[in-house]
Design a protein around this ligand. Sequence first.
Ligand code: TYD
Ligand code: MG
Length: 464
Amino acid sequence: MPKVKTKYVCSECGYTAAKWLGKCPDCGSWNTLNEEVEAAADVPPLKQKRASGAGAPALPIGDIPDEAASRTGTGINELDRVLGGGVVEGSMVLVGGDPGIGKSTLLTQLSANVSRMGETVLYVSGEESARQIKLRANRLGAEKTGFYVLSENDLSIIEARMQEISPRVMIVDSIQTMYRTDIASAPGSVSQVRECASRIMYLAKLSACAVFLVGHVTKDGSIAGPRVLEHMVDAVLYFEGDRSSQYRILRAVKNRFGSVNELGMFEMTGSGMKEVANASELLLSERAHDASGCVVMCAMEGTRPLLTDVQALVTPTVFGNPRRMTQGIDLGRLFMLLAVIEKRAAITLYNQDVYINVAGGLTLDEPASDLAVCAAAASSARDICLPPDWAVMGEVGLAGELRAITHADRRLNECVRMGFKHVILPKANTRSLKAPEGLDVHGADTLFDAFKILGMYRPKAAAK
Ligand code: TYD
Ligand code: MG
C-alpha cells in the first residue's frame, strides 16, 4: 500500500507547508493550517458525456436544448421562495446557522412533506440517534412511509444506503460530523469537510438526488470549514434570528437557480417552524404610536416588499463628542445623512447624540432607506410625530436631492395593503408612476421639500 502523503494548507490563503505551523507565514493568520491528504485517489472524476471519443464539442448556445431545471415544491412556501421556486433535482444546498436556531427542525419538516408527496427521503444524522430524529419527526407530524433515517458518520456506509434506497432528497446533518476513512484528519477538518462534500456532490449529480447539507457556523457567523464549500454547492442559505425570540429569517446568500437575497420568515412554535406569510404586519405590530422619531418605510428584501419601522433618538450630547450608533443601517451612511440634514435642511445635529434602530432586526442596505432615516432623525430632533398612516422612501444625495428608487410600484402596493394613506417618494418616481387607489403619493425633489411636506420645516431656520 503506498504511503499516504499529507500536507498542511492554510484555510485563509491556501499556503501549503510540509509540516504544521501555528501561524501562516504567508497571510499571518493563526491556527489556520490544516492537514490534507495529497491525493484522494478513489474519487472517480465526474463522468461527462463525450461525443464519439473526441471529447465534448463546444456548442453554439442556440443548439443547446432548453431544459428547465426540474423542481419539486417542498410544501413550505417560504422555503420554496428562498430556493427560487422549489428543490432542484441533483442540486446541493448548504444550510447554515447558529446552534439551536432550527436547521434540523426545518429540514425534518421538509423531509416529512416530501415523503408525504410519495417521494423517498433519506435523513442522515451524525449528531443525533435515529430515535431522537423519530421523536422530532413525530412531533412534526411525519408519516411513516418514504422517510428513511440513518444515524451514521462514515461516508462509505451512507453511500451504500443511498444506493439501496435511491432517495429523491437527502439531508446530511451535519457535514462537519461526516468522515471518509481514507483521510487521516478528524471529522470537521478542512480536508474532511471538503472531500466529503465533493463525494456527496458527485453522488447527488449521479443519481439526481437533491441534497441539503447542514453546516455549523463559526463564532463570526460564517460556515465552519473551507470557504470552498460555499463555492461548491448550488445554494447557500443562512438561518438568522435571535434565539430568544421565536422569529427566524432564512436568507439565500448564493443561489444558482434563483434570486439571492430572497428571504423567508418563520416562527418557531411547539410544533415546528410555521411560515409567517404577512411579514409586514409582524414587523409593524409593535410600533410605537404618538412617538417622535418613528418613520415607516417599505424595504425590498429580494423580491419581497417589507414594511418596517425606522426609529431614531436624538438627544443633546453630554460629553464633548456626539455619539452616533446604528442598528440595521450602515454607520458611515448615517454620518453622511446627518451631514446632509445639517447642511441642506438646517437642523442642528452636531451637538446631538443620534441613535438609529431598524425594528425587527432587519438590515437595510439599500439607498431607498435614506429618506426614512433622515425623517426619523429630524422628527426626533424637532420632537414632531409623524401621522401613523405615512410612509417615506427615497435615496438622499449629498446636495440634498432625492433620487429615484427601484420597485416603487411594488412598494406602494404593499403600503396600500397595510392601510397606509400617504407616501412621500422622489419626484423622479412619481412622474412615471400610477398611484394605487386609496394612496396619496407626494413627490419631493429634495430632502428639504420632504421635510416641508412632513411639517418639520421652520421658516426662520431653514436655508436652501
Ligand atoms: P434544532 O432544529 O434542533 O436546531 P439546530 O439543528 O439548528 O441546532 O432546533 C432546536 C430548538 O428548537 C430547540 O431549542 C427546541 C426548539 N423546537 C421547538 O421550539 N419546537 C419544535 O417543534 C422543535 C422540533 C424544536
Ligand atoms: Mg441540529
